[in-house]
Design a protein around this ligand. Structure first.
Ligand code: ADP
Ligand code: MG
Ligand code: MG
Length: 962
């Protein structure tokens, strides 16, 4: 039997449910689920995403077999509503709605009021006893159908919507300001003028037959999966192109049936702050998109009580039912038709990072969800939002005093942003590409603007409410935004924005600096200084008492739950004591990478470093190194004290020496003076050190091998500092890390130096400290011969920045043009320098893990590339059994959360496998052996890292250390 193509809902039941998002799309699944749990939903049916795939496979044709199913489904809806599709006396009208698996708000198309034509419009008018309403619905339908299905759209960015232009002219002719004041006659004229425009510009006749309208609209909605903005949205959000969209066809209810009707959108909690309050907006006598499109600024949901107390009560009840049922904050659409409430959509609401943390923590405290679930609820990246700066209060006060406070709007996306003013999304993208921060200001934004919005620091709109498109996108992208700022207006052609300020109108031009405070909703002229967020003020500045910082408290609580769940440890990449302090505040359990070369750029250090490099004799070199020794020792001591007993990995010198030499006249002269040599000699020597490909040249352990005295000095500094710290009563655990090792012989050479010097220091100081010698795995040969390298190395740290560039053979300093093209052409799914390329670089990592642990079961494994703070990479590191990830201090909260989520997901997977296993055993009548639950997951992990399966009775295999 062929697969079912259509799933019905309505009348208190449905064929689908909330777990069928893949097939029915999020919207279809939500409509089905709401029908099942007794929420009032207009009846309809959903055509599956599989039909979308069929449609594309057949060269954009609907399968013939769909039609009979469609007829049957329509008959059910007719029965439930008592109306007839195409029946001129009592017509059934429907909406044809898009809806993919993942929510893509407003990116695809929807057609409302379908089924209207010159005959049915009269029936609708008679039934509703309201010709105005009927003709208003008809003109909306013709415009929407003309746009979405027949493709009559603006052609250039400055152009206005062609239907909008005709409407404006009509309003002008009748001397009215709002659509609602147009008389019926004008609406009738609009319908025929719209149709004429379609005929003129598109050369087609508007179809009168409802069946024909329906088939065409279904096809158009399928096609909208591939419109520019949907593609852009998919790229930004990593949604695969194969998914396709479902189509829901649903009987219409009308919010535009007069003053006892309306439409709205709401969130069961505040999506900007997370506060537990019903949050939303509605418009009286309006339909569908009107609220989201931001054409009229709507009323607050709290005002619903005064207008329609009974509806408000029902809506409040639906809010509670839905939140309890879905156990998450919901974003709902509703319509009130002549005093009756209907819900048209529910989905998990998008929220800011701030709100995500608050909602997760508070729902766990309300016991609506468990703590582990709370941890899984927050996107790791969202934590960034809690670290982002806000405007400095004094700078803001000064701006206000100086008359630079321009206007207020609705605070839709919290945070602070300054940038240059632009009015078009394309400009936002172009200016951003040349490195200029921009604020995108518009009448309202629409899904077409999505790329420009991604490029902007923030947005400002004149219309729309907290549920408008701009607000929604801001929350999702974590952008700063102010919407519904009624004081601003635009002249797009002149590229100016006029603000009605208390002091009179003020005109701003494209390119002028503008600041927006998305927390307070304030628009400020010029550029403003920022100050740290609450979390930063507590943890980094230490200027705020945690007791006075509720946001910080929730952040800390969530992370403490994450820490309880994770197996991976987290370390920081930090070179200086002050960075180490920040790292510890953000939860670092050690330092995973101290880049010693950064120390050389500090005050008073670069001189001796340069002398060391240009030294002609061993003696001169030793003299210069002797000057460096005490400074390095001090740095290391500070680091050890700050880390108070936590492990510290210190890498020996890595970059090519040329990077340390002066390039400008003055520096060269100084170096000549310090070394007592001529400027020419120094210049010649600098020229000598130039390499044609320094990234692959004389660097890493190669330096220490040709100049062992450099390694000696660094190691001496490390161990003397360790002894100093130990004398001060601080436990120390240095881990000396040799970079860029491709062969065990290289490591043997350098490890020999390390151990010799360590013993020497210990003998002189009369004390010993525990230490490890290890290596970075950052070239393919190192990964492949890891088994040999582990004979000497006591730990590995994956240097995934270099490993990525050497695996791809793509210099990381020259990725720009290549990656741009590759990402655009989807040759690479993501930038491999941001997220570990699991199939290539990851495969080498697995080889190294397996090889290393086979030689040395207790081998400590970590990662210290930029990837250590990328959630997907952290999850990968968990799966292949690393012991820790190391990242920059500010990304530690993200790494902690990502590590916890990886562990929790794995546990959920183990449970599933175990449950399946025990069901099978039960069938076979065998008892479950103790500890069996963990075995399948371990096997999966070992298989993933290439460890062969143990034979029965073989010894325990090495496992990841907890
Ligand atoms: P989107 O995914 O862009 O939100 P929707 O399919 O949800 O598109 O529809 C757009 C608007 O039209 C929403 O406000 C929705 O509530 C409204 N709408 C859709 N179907 C109906 C219907 N059958 N009756 C009344 N309003 C509807
Ligand atoms: Mg839409
Ligand atoms: Mg919707």
């Amino acid at each position: 039997m062929a697969a079912k193509r259509i799933y019905a809902f309505g009348g208190g039941k449905a064929e689908g449910n909330k777990d069928m998002k893949d097939l029915l799309g999020g919207k279809g699944a939500g409509l089905a689920e709401m029908s099942n749990i007794g929420i009032p939903v207009p009846p309809g049916f959903t055509i599956t995403t599989e039909v979308c795939a069929e449609y594309y496979k057949a060269g954009q044709k609907l399968p013939k077999a769909l039609e009979p199913e469609l007829k049957a489904a329509l008959r059910k809806v007719e029965a439930l509503t008592g109306k007839g599709f195409g029946d001129p006396s009592d017509p059934l009208l429907v909406s044809v709605r898009s809806g993919a698996r993942a929510s893509m708000p407003g990116m695809m198309d929807t057609v409302l009021n379908l089924g209207l034509n010159d005959a049915t419009v009269e029936g609708l008018a008679a039934r509703a006893s309201d010709p105005r309403f009927a003709w208003d619905s008809y003109r909306r339908f013709v415009a929407m159908f003309g746009d979405v299905v027949l493709g009559l759209k603006p052609e250039r960015k400055e152009d206005r919507d062609p239907f909008e232009v005709i409407l404006e002219a009509k309003k002008h002719a009748h001397g009215v300001k709002y659509d609602k004041d147009l008389p019926v006659e004008a609406l009738r004229e609009l319908v025929s003028e719209f149709k004429a425009e379609i005929r003129r510009r598109k050369g087609v006749e508007f179809p009168e037959a409802p069946q024909e309208q329906l088939l065409a609209a279904i096809g158009a909605v399928f096609r909208s999966w591939n419109n520019d903005r949907a593609i852009a949205y998919r790229q930004l959000n990593g949604i695969p192109a194969e998914w396709g969209t479902a189509v829901s066809v649903q009987s219409m209810v009308f919010g535009n049936m007069g003053d006892d009707s309306g439409t709205g959108v709401a969130f069961t909690r505040n999506p900007a702050t997370g506060e537990d309050e019903f949050y939303g907006e509605f418009l009286v006598n309006a339909q569908g998109e009107d609220v989201v499109a931001g054409i009229r600024t709507p009323q607050k949901i709290s005002e619903l009580k005064e207008r329609w107390p009974e509806v408000a009560r029902q809506l409040e009840a639906a809010r509670e039912t839905l939140e309890r049922h879905y156990r998450d904050m919901q974003d709902i659409e509703f319509t009130i038709e002549r005093g009756r409430l209907y819900l048209l959509q529910t989905r998990n609401g998008k929220r800011t990072g701030l709100a995500a943390v608050r909602i997760a923590v508070e729902m766990a405290e309300e016991r609506l969800i468990g703590r582990d679930e709370a941890v899984l609820r927050v996107e790791p990246e969202a934590l960034n939002h809690l670290l982002r700066p806000v405007f400095d209060a004094e700078a803001k006060a000064a701006a206000a005093k100086g008359g630079r406070g321009l206007a207020k709007g609705l605070p839709a996306g919290p945070g602070a942003a300054s940038g240059k003013l632009v009015f078009f999304a394309q400009d936002a993208a172009a200016w951003h590409a040349r490195g200029e921060p921009v604020i995108l200001a518009r009448h309202e934004t629409s899904p077409e603007d999505i790329r420009g919005m991604a490029a902007a620091e923030g947005f400002l709109t004149a219309f729309g409410g907290m549920t408008s498109h701009a607000a929604l996108v801001a929350r999702q992208m974590g952008k700063v935004a102010i919407v519904g700022c009624g004081a601003i207006s635009f002249d797009y052609h002149a590229r100016t924005m006029t603000v009605e300020t208390a002091a009179g109108p003020k005109v701003l031009k494209e390119g002028d600096w503008l600041s927006i405070d998305g927390t307070a909703g304030e628009v400020i002229e010029g550029r403003l200084d920022t100050r740290p967020s609450e979390v930063m003020a507590v943890l980094v500045e230490r200027s705020l008492d945690p007791k006075d910082a509720p946001t910080y408290q929730r952040f800390a609580k969530l992370l403490s739950w994450a820490d309880a769940a994770r197996r991976l440890r987290v370390r920081a990449n930090a070179d200086q004591p002050d960075q180490a302090r920040v790292a510890v505040a953000f939860g670092a359990q050690g330092i995973g990478l101290c880049r010693t070369e950064h120390m050389f750029f500090g005050e008073g250090k670069i001189g001796p470093m340069r002398e060391m490099i240009v030294a002609e004799t061993h003696d001169d070199r030793r003299k210069a190194l002797a000057k460096l020794l005490p400074v390095q020792r001090e740095d290391f001591r500070g680091l050890f004290l700050e880390m108070a007993g936590r492990p510290v990995t210190i890498r020996t010198l890595d970059p090519p020496l040329h990077e340390f030499l002066p390039h400008e006249e003055q520096g060269v002269a100084q170096l000549a003076h310090d070394t007592g040599r001529s400027v020419e000699e120094i210049r010649a020597q600098i020229a000598d050190l130039v390499e044609s490909n320094p990234m692959l040249g004389h660097r890493g352990c190669r330096l220490g091998i040709s100049h062992p005295e450099i390694t000696e000095m660094q190691v001496r500094a490390i161990f003397e500092a360790a002894c100093d710290a130990a004398e001060q009563g601080v436990k120390v655990e240095p881990e000396v890390m040799i970079p860029l090792v491709a062969s065990v012989k290289e490591l043997d050479d350098q490890a020999g130096v390390v151990r010799r010097v360590a013993e020497d220091v210990f003998a002189r100081r009369g004390r010993k400290v525990r230490y490890l010698v290890g290596t970075m795995i950052e070239v393919p040969r190192g990964a492949i011969t890891a088994g040999e390298i582990a004979r000497t190395a006591e730990f590995f740290s994956f240097g995934t920045n270099d490993l990525t560039q050497t695996t791809f053979g793509l210099s990381r300093d020259d990725t720009g043009p290549v990656l741009q093209t590759y990402l655009a052409k989807e040759i690479l799914p993501v930038d491999p320098f941001v997220s570990v390329d699991q199939d290539g670089v990851g495969a080498l990592m697995k080889i190294a893990v397996a090889g290393g642990r086979a030689t040395r079961p207790g081998l400590k494994l970590g990662i210290c590339g930029e990837h250590g703070g990328d959630p997907a990479s952290v999850e990968f590191c968990h799966r292949i059994g690393l012991d820790y990830v190391s990242c920059s201090p500010y990304r530690l909260p993200i790494a902690r959360l990502a590590a916890a989520q990886a562990a929790l997901r794995e546990r959920a997977q183990e449970k599933k496998v175990a449950a399946a296993g025990s069901a099978k055993r039960a069938r076979n009548g065998k008892a479950k052996p103790a500890g069996a639950a963990k075995a399948p997951a371990r096997r999966a992990r070992n298989a993933a890292i290439g460890v062969p399966r143990a034979r029965k009775g073989a010894g325990r295999r090495p496992r990841a250390r907890a």
